[in-house]
Design a protein around this ligand. Structure first.
Ligand SMILES: *Cc1c(COP(=O)(O)O)cnc(C)c1O
Ligand code: SF4
Length: 370
């Protein structure tokens, strides 16, 4: 994998002694043009878009994550994920507020139950960093939407009353906004339900706010073994030494299994080189690449979308070239609430009466019997 220059060092946005305190990072988020222009040389497109997007989807970034952005280059993969651009506020015909129809599969507030055996539970609608391509931008960033104690009770009752639910996925917003004691309580309640086989946490904080991973949080996870954590790295630049240390802590002290889902994003990670570096980087950090998502059709995200045919070609170039352990499954979550479907590359060239003809990753043909 990459040379040392691939592990670019942080450009600290602050040298405050509280830098490693996650609450300090949240309190000191950069939330407007003025704050941002102190760290980045903003283009006129970015300045105008920050204003125009105010009503569409909040802007916010932690000092930590902003420190990864290139102050001079507006095509920087970190910058593209957090700073709005003109394409975001120009309406497009396919734009939807809720592409996955999550609100229509909602039996109780804060729970999307689409697949029979697993349910998504939104515990927070706030994130430290708002990703411009967020599929839940209709409600994420609006703290008034955050479920309260009464909603929690109803959700727990629902899980208890549905024996077909084998897994609950804590999601958001970012569920790690909750305090350790609240997470401890919720994990205890879930693990007490006999038909629940596993609990998963979807969080981007290992990427955007790695200081949230503390020894205290790991102690909570350990008490509820096993817990699966699915995080969201999109670019190798995000795998800093600091976040790698925190992942190590999660795996070792939290006994958590850590997986990653990425979104395939135009101009950010849509090349074989970047994806290979990302997938090797994740594996070397102790993370198993799980999914690579086609970008959902949420409003303001068309400029990030990579044609599926190109995505399939990228995955085809990767499969066989790098270890299967490093390769995620490329999927599209169907607009309208159809769920996720895999996007496999076609390797079967021909089915004959008594044999199959395959093309392997090098492009060579192989014929095998029935
Ligand atoms: C993605 C998703 C899940 C989890 O799906 P897996 O394929 O098990 O990772 C569960 N519920 C909903 C509504 C989802 O969108
Ligand atoms: S971390 Fe997830 S929920 Fe939060 S803004 Fe980014 S994509 Fe949306």
């Amino acid at each position: 994998m990459g040379t040392s220059s691939d592990h670019r060092e942080l450009t600290p946005v602050s040298t405050d002694p509280e830098w490693e305190n996650w609450k300090w990072q949240i309190q000191n988020r950069i939330r407007d043009e003025e704050g941002l222009s102190r760290h980045l040389e903003l283009t006129s497109d970015e300045r105008e878009s920050l204003k125009k997007c105010e009503e569409l989807f909040s802007f916010s970034v932690t000092p930590y994550y902003l420190g990864l952005a290139d102050p001079k280059n507006d095509d920087c993969p970190i910058r593209l994920q957090v700073v709005p651009r003109k394409e975001e506020w120009i309406p497009r015909i396919w734009d939807r507020p809720d592409p996955l129809a999550e609100e229509s599969y909602m039996p109780v507030k804060g729970v999307t139950h689409r697949y029979p055996d697993r349910a998504l539970w939104y515990l927070s609608h706030v994130c430290a960093v708002y990703c411009r391509f967020c599929t839940r931008k209709r409600k994420v960033s609006q703290s008034s939407q955050t479920p309260d104690g009464e909603d929690w009770k109803q959700a727990l009752e629902y899980f208890k009353s549905r024996p077909e639910i084998r897994e609950v996925i804590l999601s958001g917003g970012d569920p790690l906004n909750l305090s350790d004691s609240k997470l401890d309580f919720l994990l205890s309640e879930l693990k007490r339900i006999p038909h629940i086989n596993q609990v998963r946490i979807h969080t981007r904080y290992p990427v955007t706010l790695p200081m949230r991973i503390t020894p205290e949080f790991c102690a909570v996870l350990r008490r509820h073994f096993p817990v699966f954590i699915v995080t969201h790295f999109n670019h190798p630049k995000e795998l800093t030494d600091f976040s790698r240390e925190k992942i190590r802590m999660l795996v070792q002290d939290g006994s958590a299994t850590v997986l990653n889902q990425s979104v395939l994003l135009k101009g950010i990670n849509d090349s074989v080189e970047t994806l290979v570096e990302l997938f090797y980087g994740l594996t070397s950090a102790g993370i198993k690449p799980y999914y690579l998502h086609h970008c959902d059709e949420v409003y303001g995200s068309a400029h990030f979308r990579v044609p599926i045919s190109k995505g399939v070609e990228l995955m085809k170039s990767i499969r066989g070239r790098i270890s299967g352990l490093c390769v995620p499954l490329y999927v599209v979550d169907l607009t309208g609430g159809g769920g996720k479907v895999p996007l496999p590359a076609e390797y079967l060239e021909e089915e004959k009466s008594s044999s199959y003809v395959f093309r392997n990753y090098r492009g060579d043909l192989y014929e095998i019997g029935y």
